[in-house]
Design a protein around this ligand. Sequence first.
Ligand code: FES
Length: 225
Amino acid sequence: MSGFDIKRPIVELPDQDPEQQIPDEELVWTDAEKKKIEIWKDQYPEPEAAIMKVLWLAQEKYDYLPPEVIRFCADTLDMDHARAYGVATFYTQYYKEEEGTFVLDVCTCFTCQFTGGYDILHHLEEKLGIHAGETTDDGMFTLQSVECLGCCGSAPMMQITNGVYCHNLTTEKVDAIIDGLENGEVPEFTSVTLPQDEDEMGGNRRSDVAKTETYQTQPRAEHTE
Ligand code: FES
């Protein structure tokens, strides 16, 4: 793979004492938000089980979840900060830092991997000039490699900013999606149903080796070694 400069060749250690991004006076819930949280707390045997919903609400409010926001959510539910932090950091759908306008979650889990998920990821890395985990300089795109998004039937696939799913990707499709996003055109959400029989599939897609473009690049791109 022809190279571009490696911006972040190794994973950095988390900052132990990060600068606060959201001032204390903004870490408050509105009455409407408090009401929602009370309803969620009542839906579970233990109030802290509502942490996923509360983190989601916080992400909608602040755009992302810096440590002080995660602590604020934990305090709301009177739970340990570490437990809330564990939930927030487990899911790539919770953004721990400010992301680009569009977050591209390319699935590289089992099924997507076998059907070319890494080819899609590496194509996007080349096209956008960033590695997975980074944001373009213009703040337009953040690229992530993510685990299964529950849409294996239309692999390889990616998700755009926790919303639209893009199915059965090829590099040409990806190029068209990126061109569209650059012009502010977000693809519509489409629901894909699995074919019910061989006729509908037009043959056994998985065994049709001649027609199926599989896994051309290794999981670890050359430029990261
Ligand atoms: S493996 Fe990609 S959606 Fe399941």
